[in-house]
Write a protein that binds this ligand. Structure first.
Ligand code: ADP
Ligand code: MG
Length: 345
């Protein structure tokens, strides 16, 4: 007869690896967190280099405020952050990162090397991390103000995950994250390139408007079909601005680039709501291109429903979706009539 097995606690390193694998599902998740850190640090320029879809290497160089060398020993420990001190801070947090968990999680699925320099220091410092801890000493080195983070051999300790990921798909996901942050931050210069090639994306960082950046990245063909979009409401309180394609543009795949309170997120109900507006306007199986920056009361949003923080839930989701639909539909109608009117002349 089979004996009942004893229940034992897993080793801590195994627990950490499992938890980290839920936060960092693929290289693009790690990159999103690293870009958000650059933006939190006030960077004007963010340069990204990618090897093998980010699985071999992701390198992110910024010109932000840097990290104090005294802080480097605990940088990748879990729950170490400069952005949050007590639970209540979570509610009003304006910065992107807020749990001090990103670097820790990445260090459990990859090796991390950080080079950083603050305004007030004479030299840069370099430190390496693995499994949440500093490896070896913090060393002084040459550098300029800002931070460079190199993430190598992602999922080296999880061969199943590594095999399941295809380099080319991962690369396109990585590029997509960069494109989206570049649109949302037209005044930051983003670049992204493969280690082996020229830049696939480079924005000037001086554009006053997302439309110019969209033109740089997706081409003027799309940019000129877009109309600016804005809606504000007091009850429930929210505001939304963005760019949406008009009736002349359609694509086989649907694009909704959604930032809620400056975080790149996904929200399936909102996506369906946007698509529904276009259904009577576009031919069958054709879809719009929409970029929305939605700001809601931070207290109404729960970003912690999913470990990757990608899928969010917020209060008044239905009312906000409806208001957005009305506003979008109204704009589309007015474009439609002016076009018909012009054609009739
Ligand atoms: P969080 O962003 O939630 O605080 P992270 O693990 O993403 O947690 O980062 C931990 C800390 O490391 C941050 O609070 C910040 O102080 C510092 N940090 C990380 N990346 C950068 C960067 N690119 N520039 C400056 N500081 C950084
Ligand atoms: Mg962070």
């Amino acid at each position: 007869m089979e004996s009942v097995r004893r229940i034992v606690q897993l080793e801590e390193s195994v627990i950490n690896r499992i938890a980290a694998g839920e936060v960092v599902v693929r290289p693009a998740n790690a990159l999103k967190e690293l870009i958000e850190n650059c933006l939190d640090a006030g960077s004007r320029s963010v340069a990204i280099m990618v090897k093998a879809g980010g699985l071999k290497m992701l390198r992110i160089e910024d010109d932000g405020h840097g990290i104090r060398s005294e802080d480097l020993p605990i940088l990748c420990e879990r729950f170490t952050t400069s952005k949050l001190q007590k639970y209540e801070d979570l509610q009003g947090i304006g910065t992107f990162g807020f749990r001090g968990e990103a670097l820790a999680s990445i260090s459990h699925v990859a090796q991390i090397t950080v080079t950083t320099m603050t305004e007030s220091s004479q030299v840069a410092s370099m430190a390496q991390y693995s499994e949440g801890h500093l490896v070896g000493p913090v060393r002084p080195c040459a550098g300029t103000k800002g931070t460079t983070i190199v993430v190598e051999n992602m999922f080296y300790n999880n061969p199943t995950r590594k095999q399941a990921l295809k380099e080319s798909l991962e690369h396109s996901k990585v590029l997509e994250v960069v494109q989206r942050y570049a649109i949302h931050h037209p005044s930051v210069a983003f670049s992204c390139r493969k280690a082996s090639g020229a830049a696939e994306l480079a924005t000037a960082g001086s554009s006053p408007s997302a439309r110019e950046v969209i033109g740089t990245i997706w081409g003027q063909g799309l940019a000129k079909e877009l109309f600016p979009f804005e809606v504000k409401s007091e009850e429930p309180r929210f505001s939304c601005r963005g760019f949406a394609s008009g009736p002349n543009y359609s694509s086989r795949s649907s694009t909704l680039i959604l930032f809620i309170n400056n975080r790149l997120v996904e929200c399936a109900p909102l996506k369906r709501a946007v698509e529904a507006v276009y259904q009577p306007v576009l031919p069958r199986h054709q879809h719009p291109w929409v970029y929305l920056a939605l700001d809601v009361d931070p207290q109404c949003i729960d970003v912690n429903v999913h470990p990757t923080k990608m899928e969010v839930q917020f209060l008044h989701e239905e009312t906000i979706s409806l208001r957005l639909q009305e506003a979008l539909a109204g704009q589309l109608r007015s474009l439609g009539t002016s076009r018909n009117f012009a054609a009739a002349l």
